[in-house]
Design a binder for this molecule. Structure first.
Ligand code: FAD
Length: 384
C-alpha cells in the first residue's frame, strides 16, 4: 500500500518535514510505501520565498549562526531516530567558506548571517533529504513547481494546482508560511488598496521579492515596523548604494542620492520590533515554572468550551515573565510598561515622540547587549 503525503509549501518547514520523513523511513511496515509530493509556487524548494538564496544581501537573519540548524536533535521532544551527522548554520558556513573564500560565509558563532546565506544552506539540506528519500527502495518524491489553489476532502484528499492539474493524497501538510494574499479580501488591506487606487499611489500588498519593488524615488509608506519593514528600509537605502559608517557611539548613514525622498513607517505600537538579546544560554533553554503544559492542561479542564487567550493564558505568561525578571535581579515587573514603553513618555509633539522612540531604541540595544540572562527585561522576554 502506498501512502501519499502532499506537502503544500516548500520553505524551511517543508525542509524540516523532509528531514524527519527521510530519517524514519525504516519505520515503514511490511508492504508499505511512501510517496511525498511537494508543491512550491516559487520553485524555491528548501528555502521558500522569505529565505530565498536570490534575495538581496541587505536582508539579515534574526538568529546568530550557531542557533540555526537543519535537523531534529536531542532537544526535540518525540522526534524519533536522530541523524548522527548534523550541522549548525555556523558549521555549514565555516565548511563552505574554507572551500570558496566567500566573505559573507566568514562568520563566527555569534554573528548574524545574511538571509540569502541561510537560504543556500536550507536548499542544500533540502536536496540532501530529498536524495535520501529517493534512494530508499520504498519511497518516492515528486517536486512540483506549482501553486495549490484548492484542497478538497473526499474519499481521499484532492489537490488542484493553478495550472489545472489534480493530485490525490491521503494526508496534506500545509506549510504555506508568510505569504501574499488578495488585499481586497480583508481589512485593513482593502482600505489601503482602495485608497491607493483612488489617489494613484502604487500599493504593494506583499514586499517580496524585494528586487521587484517599484523603483520609487518619492515617498514610500511602510505599513508595519517588524522584520519586513526592516528588510524594505535596508533595501531602499543600503540596497540603493547608501552606506552605514561606524562613528563614535553608533552608525551614520551616508546616502547615495538614489534613495526615495522619504520613507514613512507606521504601526500600531509605533516602535520597531525589540532587539533580540545576546545569547548567554547556549542550549540551556528556560523551563517554565508557571507557564507549563500541565498548567495549560488544567485550564483546558476548567474551560472545556475552549481557552480565551487574554483571560486564561496571558496571566500565566505575565507570571512567568515576572518570575524571570525578578530572578535576574530586576525587582517587581510591570507588564503593561514593558509592552508599551512609550505610554508614559508623555510625547505629545512629533519632536518629543521622535526623541522618545530613539531613546527607547538606544536603551533596548543596551539591554540586548547585556544578554538574555543578565538583563531582566531580556531574560523575561527571551525565557517565555
Ligand atoms: C521577512 C521575514 C523575515 C524572517 N526572518 C526570520 C529569521 O531571521 N529567523 C527566523 O527564525 N524566522 C524568520 N522569519 C519567520 C519565517 O516565517 C520562518 O523563519 C520560516 O520562513 C518559516 O518557514 P515556513 O516554511 O513555515 O514558511 P515560508 O518560509 O513562508 O515558506 C512557505 C512557502 O510556501 C509557499 N506557498 C505558499 N502558499 C502556497 C501554495 N498555495 N502552493 C504552493 N506553495 C505555496 C511559498 O511560496 C513559500 O515559499 C521571517 C519571516 C519573514 C516574512
Amino acid at each position: 500500500m502506498t501512502h501519499v503525503l502532499a506537502v503544500v509549501g516548500g520553505g524551511p518547514r517543508a525542509t524540516y518535514a523532509l528531514e524527519r520523513l527521510s530519517a524514519q523511513l525504516d519505520r515503514l511496515g511490511p508492504g508499505q510505501r511512501l510517496k511525498v509530493l511537494v508543491f512550491e509556487r516559487s520553485g524555491e524548494f528548501g528555502a521558500g520565498q522569505a529565505h530565498s538564496p536570490s534575495q538581496p544581501a541587505t536582508s539579515f537573519l534574526n538568529r546568530v549562526s550557531s542557533q540555526v540548524s537543519f535537523a531534529a536533535d536531542e532537544t526535540t521532544t518525540g522526534a524519533g531516530p536522530l541523524r548522527t551527522s548534523r550541522r549548525t548554520l555556523h558549521e555549514w558556513c565555516r565548511e563552505r567558506y574554507a572551500r570558496t573564500g566567500e566573505p559573507d560565509l566568514d562568520l563566527g558563532p555569534a554573528d548574524w548571517p545574511r538571509r540569502y546565506v541561510h537560504g543556500l544552506a536550507l536548499r542544500e539540506a533540502f536536496d540532501s533529504y530529498a536524495a535520501d528519500l529517493r534512494a530508499h527502495p520504498r519511497a518516492e518524491l515528486e517536486l512540483h513547481h506549482a501553486e495549490v489553489v484548492r484542497l478538497r476532502a473526499g474519499r481521499r484528499l484532492l489537490l488542484q494546482t493553478a495550472d489545472g492539474r489534480r493530485f490525490e493524497a491521503d494526508q496534506a501538510l500545509l506549510v504555506t508560511g508568510h505569504t501574499h494574499h488578495d488585499p481586497l479580501r480583508g481589512e485593513p488591506s482593502r482600505s489601503r488598496a482602495r485608497f491607493a487606487a483612488a489617489t494613484g499611489c502604487h500599493y504593494v500588498p506583499y514586499a517580496y521579492p524585494l528586487d521587484r519593488l517599484p523603483e520609487e524615488t518619492g515617498t514610500v509608506g511602510v505599513a508595519g515596523t517588524g522584520l519586513t519593514a526592516i528588510d524594505v528600509i535596508l533595501h531602499l537605502t543600503e540596497g540603493r548604494g547608501g552606506r552605514f559608517e561606524p562613528v563614535a557611539g553608533g552608525l551614520r548613514y551616508v546616502p547615495s542620492g538614489a534613495e526615495p525622498r522619504r520613507v514613512v513607517a507606521f504601526s500600531g505600537s509605533g516602535l520597531f520590533t525589540f532587539c533580540r538579546a545576546d545569547d548567554e544560554k547556549g542550549d540551556r533553554a528556560h523551563q517554565g515554572v508557571h507557564l507549563t503544559t500541565e498548567a495549560i492542561d488544567r485550564l483546558r479542564e476548567r474551560h472545556p468550551e475552549g481557552l480565551d487567550f487574554e483571560r486564561d493564558v496571558l496571566p500565566l505568561i505575565e507570571r512567568e515573565m515576572a518570575y524571570l525578571y525578578e530572578a535576574a535581579g530586576g525587582g517587581s515587573f510591570d507588564f503593561a510598561r514593558t509592552v508599551d514603553p512609550l505610554a508614559s513618555a508623555g510625547a505629545h509633539t512629533p519632536e518629543a515622540y521622535r526623541k522618545a522612540v530613539l531613546d527607547f531604541m538606544e536603551l533596548d540595544q543596551r539591554r540586548a547587549e547585556e544578554g538574555n540572562v543578565t538583563n531582566p527585561h531580556k531574560a523575561a522576554a527571551d525565557g517565555v
